[in-house]
Write a protein that binds this ligand. Structure first.
Ligand code: AMP
Length: 194
């Protein structure tokens, strides 16, 4: 049976300094897994990436990990994935991650995460896709970035409609629901045993 929805999660290959980042990663995986959903992510075992993936699998979801061959050792490819795709290039990884997903969610992370968020956002700006994009602003991590983006709008380098393409929330559950429902998918919890 195919999963009811597929969400691509971009997040840190490190855990970060605040335990709330890890809590949000686990809650995200649990939300996806408990609905029988599919997580698409970068395929690593480290940091928040590994936490989201492991929590998704543990809650009964499907995990597609997509990792470039050159990073299999460095990012410790996650054997817990339901499907682990080893690809030749970073471009192939990002293209497949985008193709296999109905929506995108960026959580706290570093420059790899920023790059991935901005790429799908700019692709949406250009009309290359129309999939919803969310930013999980755990513990105010992204407050300075959001302030800078408003600077970009005020300076008229960005239309304010661009900000409307990004759903922002501090909590995983309402944001995931918004993304999945905006993609036209069902975010209903799975009714086990019925
Ligand atoms: P980070 O947020 O820097 O911890 O990285 C999170 C993920 O982004 C990791 O899986 C990295 O392999 C990936 N990443 C790092 N650099 C890039 C890049 N230039 N393009 C796409 N993904 C990247």
């Amino acid at each position: 049976m195919s999963p009811p929805f597929s969400v691509c999660v971009y997040c840190g290959s490190r855990e970060g300094s605040d335990s709330r980042y890890a809590e949000a990663a686990v809650a995200t995986g649990q939300w996806i897994g408990s609905r029988g959903g599919q997580l698409v992510y970068g395929g690593g075992r480290n940091g928040l990436m590994g936490m989201v993936a492991n929590a998704t699998v543990a809650a009964g979801g499907r995990v597609v990990g997509i990792i470039p061959r050159a990073l299999v050792d460095r990012e410790m490819a996650n054997e817990a994935c339901t499907e682990l795709l080893v690809v030749e290039t970073m471009h192939e990884r990002k293209r497949l991650m985008a193709e296999r997903s109905d929506a995108f969610l960026a959580m706290p992370g570093g420059i790899g995460t920023f790059e991935e968020l901005f790429e799908v956002w700019t692709w949406r700006q250009l009309g290359y896709h129309d999939k919803p994009i969310g930013l999980l602003n755990v513990a105010g991590y992204y407050d300075p970035l959001l302030a800078f983006l408003r600077t970009g709008v005020q300076a008229q380098f960005m239309g304010d409609w661009l900000m409307d393409l990004l759903s922002v929330d501090s909590e995983p559950a309402p944001l995931l629901r918004t993304l999945v429902e905006s993609a036209g998918m069902s975010a209903a919890p799975r009714l086990d045993g019925l």
